[in-house]
Every structure is written in C-alpha cells, then in structure tokens.
Design a protein around this ligand. Structure first.
Ligand code: UT7
Length: 320
C-alpha cells in the first residue's frame, strides 16, 4: 500500500510584474533577468495573502480529486510566509473548505516545503494513521524580499499549489529528505522582532538575504545527489523517468541538474518564465499545469525534487 496523488490545483494572483516593470525602479534589464534565470514575469499579491491563495488552490485540488472535503484526514500547508502566527494556515484552509475534524499544521522547509509535506503525508498514510491528505504550498514571497536588492527580488513571485493524496496500490515509490543547518546563513530571513520589554536583540530589517552563487552551487550538487539516492532506492535508472519536476528557481539550475543526471532537458518541464520562484508553491503549480494540460499519463514515472533555505532538500519518486 502506498500514496497516490488523485487531484491537483493551483492559484496565482492576477497582478503581473514583468521584468520591464522592474527596470522602472531597479538597475537591471529584461535581458539580464531572462538570460541568467529564465524568468520573464511573476504574479504578485496585492492583498489577498498566503491563506486566501492556499484556499483557492486547495478547493481546485479537491474538485479535481472529486472527493468530499470531509473525507480529508490531514492538511499540511507548506509555507514560510504565513499571514498569521496562529491559527496555523492549514486550520484556516480547513475552515474554508468545509472540514471540521482533521489534523492541521503548517510546515516550514522553505522551497523544499511541498516535498517535505508530501513525504510526511506519505509516512502518515503508509503507517495507516490517515487515508487521505491535502498538501498545499502557498507563498507570498513578495513580502520577504527587499525590492531594492536586484540580486534577489527579481527571482521571486507569489502563488499556491495543492495536491490531494490517498491510500492506493500505486503511487509513491521512494522518498529522500535532508537538511544541513550548518550552512543556513546563505539564504535567510529574520522573523518577528522581539517586542517584550526585556528584549535585547537589536531591531533588524526582516528582508531575505541570499548569497545567490552559494545557493546555486548547493542546488546543482545536492539535487542530483538526492535524485540518485531516490532512484537507487527504487532500483530505477534516470532514463526510465518520464518527468522531472524540480523546484523552479533558475533555468540554469535545471539544465545543470539534467546534465549531471545525463537526462535530456526535455524531461524537465519549466514554467519559471511565468511565475519566477514561488518557493513551496513552485512544484505543485507545475504539477497542476501538467495535469490540467493532460500531459501526464497513468503509469508514467515522475521525480519531484526541491531544495532551499535551511538548507533543506527533498525528493519523491512516484508512478502517476
Ligand atoms: O529557492 C532557492 C532560492 N535561490 C536560488 O535559487 C538562487 C540561486 N542563484 C541564482 O539563481 C543566481 O546566483 C542569481 C540569479 C541570483 C545571480 O546570477 P549569477 O549569474 O550568479 O550572477 P552574479 O551574482 O555572479 O552577478 C553577476 C553580475 C554582478 O555584477 P559584476 O560584479 O559582475 O559587475 C552583479 O552585480 O550581475 C550583477 N547583477 C545584476 N545585474 C543586472 C546581479 N543581479 C542583477 C540584476 N540585474 N538583477
């Protein structure tokens, strides 16, 4: 018995910011951004927030799965940009979709969040604790970046993606997850400033800081390693995989991973041009787009893989 994805959904805010728009207030160019990242535009939240986007993606996934919301036993929302400290985002999604009994929690593994959520739900299902779970990746990255820092802000966008999974004979075949906190400072974002009357921490700005080149090196080393481990566990060769759905951070990272695995870039779908890097939402948005375009065929093998702040990484091999 394993875990199968039976429905997907996604949502991105209507407001679009093009590379050209960014040149109005940043020393950058459309050409630089396209060539170095593959990004043309991104969807930016103008006030809905992480929860509302999560709800829309979740509703679409539930509709696509054709299940009753009350049959969901577990909701995990992967996010590092929750609107509120509490209640958690998952509980607010639960309320909006019409479920009043299941286990709900948020999970923060930055851009690896959806994979962490999917693999965690799989562990719950495989152990028999739950039968059906909803995993959502939802992010308002636009509130974490410094819009005056051209080396980071050009990369990110907002959006949400979701998947419904349930107990089945076919589905997830192997999983890999890991973290290395010792190198976490290469991509970080401060949390809330301590506000009690005894606090001694200096007031710092809370924008994301990132050493782009170091994150790039980490990704092109760690992602192929994690995928190789995943394939070895399932005794499958890299060329037997039909689709590699990687976290959408930079097109050059995707092509480096493809090269290291000796797999054609054609098997690595890319939607960066439209969304930029939406962190935990990037993989489920891509998955939903492929599902709705009827690109995925029952029985095909897929690898999903993410990496990000922490540093964290995770991968899932499944049969669609
Ligand atoms: O989910 C994980 C999140 N993070 C990532 O995945 C980030 C991974 N890293 C990257 O994607 C790339 O490192 C970046 C896209 C962030 C940067 O690309 P790069 O090829 O590593 O550029 P660089 O940092 O080496 O900068 C090259 C030049 C520098 O100018 P000089 O020193 O050569 O004169 C930068 O100042 O490009 C300059 N630059 C820009 N120029 C125009 C940096 N950002 C920009 C910009 N527009 N937006």
């Amino acid at each position: 018995m394993t875990t199968r994805i039976i429905g997907t959904g996604c949502y991105a805010p209507e407001h679009i910011v093009t590379n050209e728009d960014l040149t109005q207030f940043l020393d950058t160019s459309d050409e630089w951004i396209r060539e170095r990242t593959g990004i043309h535009r991104r969807h930016i939240d103008t006030g809905e927030g992480t929860t509302a986007m999560a709800v829309k993606a979740a509703q679409r996934a539930i509709e696509n799965a054709n299940i009753s919301p009350q049959s969901i036993d577990l909701i995990i929302v992967a996010t590092s940009t929750a609107d509120e400290i509490f209640p958690n985002t998952a509980a607010m999604v639960q309320k909006s979709i019409g479920n009043n009994h299941c286990t709900c929690y948020d999970l923060n593994a930055a851009c690896s969040g959806f994979i962490y959520g999917l693999n965690t739900a799989h562990a719950f299902i495989k152990s028999g604790i739950v039968e059906t779970a909803l995993i959502v990746g939802s992010e308002t990255m636009s509130k974490t970046v410094n819009w005056e820092d051209r080396s980071t802000c050009i990369l990110f966008g907002d959006g949400a993606g979701a998947a419904v999974v349930t107990k089945d004979e076919t589905g997830i075949e192997s999983i890999v997850m890991g973290s290395d906190g010792s190198n976490g400072e290469i991509i970080s974002c401060d949390g809330r400033i301590m506000e009690n009357r005894w606090g001694k921490r200096p007031v710092k700005n809370s924008h994301m800081i990132m050493d782009g080149q170091e994150v790039f090196k980490f990704a092109v080393r760690k992602v192929p390693e994690a995928i190789k481990e995943l394939l070895e566990q399932a005794n499958i060769d890299a060329d037997q995989i039909d689709h590699y759905l990687l976290h959408q951070a930079n097109e050059r990272i995707l092509s480096s991973v493809a090269k290291r695995l000796h797999v054609s870039m054609e098997r690595f779908p890319v939607n960066l041009s439209e969304y930029g890097n939406t962190s935990a939402a990037s993989i489920p948005i891509l998955l939903d787009e492929m599902n709705r375009k009827n690109i995925l065929r029952r029985g095909e093998k897929m690898v999903l893989a993410g990496f990000g702040a922490g540093l964290t990484w995770g991968a899932t091999l499944l049969t669609w």
